[in-house]
Design a binder for this molecule. Sequence first.
Ligand SMILES: NC(=O)C1=CN([C@@H]2O[C@H](COP(=O)(O)OP(=O)(O)OC[C@H]3O[C@@H](n4cnc5c(N)ncnc54)[C@H](O)[C@@H]3O)[C@@H](O)[C@H]2O)C=CC1
Ligand SMILES: O=C([O-])CC(=O)C(=O)O
Length: 268
Amino acid sequence: MNTVSTVRKVGIVGWGAIGRTVGTALADGRVEGAELVCVVDNRPLGDAAPAPQVPLEEALELCDLIVEAAGQGVVREWGERVLASGTDLLVASSGAMTDEELAKRLLATGPGRVYFTGGAVGGLDLLQAARSLGPLDDVRLTTTKLPSTLEQPWMDEELLTRMRTATGPVEVMTGTAREIPAKFPRSTNVAASVALAVGDLDTVRVRVVADPAAHHTRHVIEASGAHGAYRFEVAHLPDPGNPATSQVVPYAVLRGLAALAGRTGQIL
Ligand SMILES: NC(=O)C1=CN([C@@H]2O[C@H](COP(=O)(O)OP(=O)(O)OC[C@H]3O[C@@H](n4cnc5c(N)ncnc54)[C@H](O)[C@@H]3O)[C@@H](O)[C@H]2O)C=CC1
Ligand SMILES: O=C([O-])CC(=O)C(=O)O
């Protein structure tokens, strides 16, 4: 019997809507085989976090698994360094993978391994399985959120006014999964996650809709190919502190952590 301790030493980057819930669950011992060792954030956290706040360089010495819950920029800036140090990386900001050069480098760098959470969407496992039968040639994602969660610095006054005064759903942008997550970096990582599952950024056509009545954030994935047709629809309550993020997302991250920490039955 292997008696070597396999407890995963986890560091969380980003003590926000996702990181706080994930880190608190880890600190409370709710993930068997994993413990919270440190927290990284670019704001001083005082004693708000249940583990020491350290710079990322130091986290790499303390941890064998980093959870990124801070933003696409952190994946771009730190992803390769984390993996090269031998630390595994579980990414929430999958939109960083729309930069194909970065994506190639992250998938090639080691000895640490890179993982992604399914985050706010479901069905990615089945889409990935279906793709083994042949390409999914028509893939669409429609994301509907509260207008305020979709406002971006690049938007012109006309679009902002249309979103702010909307009394019903307003189409904010359409594009591919290559384009959309860069335009809405805190709100449409799911588009890149769908693309990771179907294996192609340009096949996934994304529609972003602002709806003042969207008390639930909705993501509808529709996909079809020669071997079948698929439709997954989710409606989540937004996180009260950060309504751009669905409340379920940290629990998707925790599910991933449970699998990485060696819980039996990784599939379900
Ligand atoms: N895959 C998915 O379904 C989803 C992915 N996301 C991604 O997760 C990220 C985090 O989401 P939330 O927790 O809701 O955001 P949040 O805004 O509530 O928290 C982000 C935290 O990261 C910190 N931070 C930002 N930049 C940093 C940096 N360079 N270094 C260290 N700390 C930094 C902030 O100070 C903040 O505490 C989002 O930006 C988005 O990219 C969010 C929702 C769903
Ligand atoms: O939480 C969500 O519903 C989706 C989200 O913000 C993202 O994909 O970045």
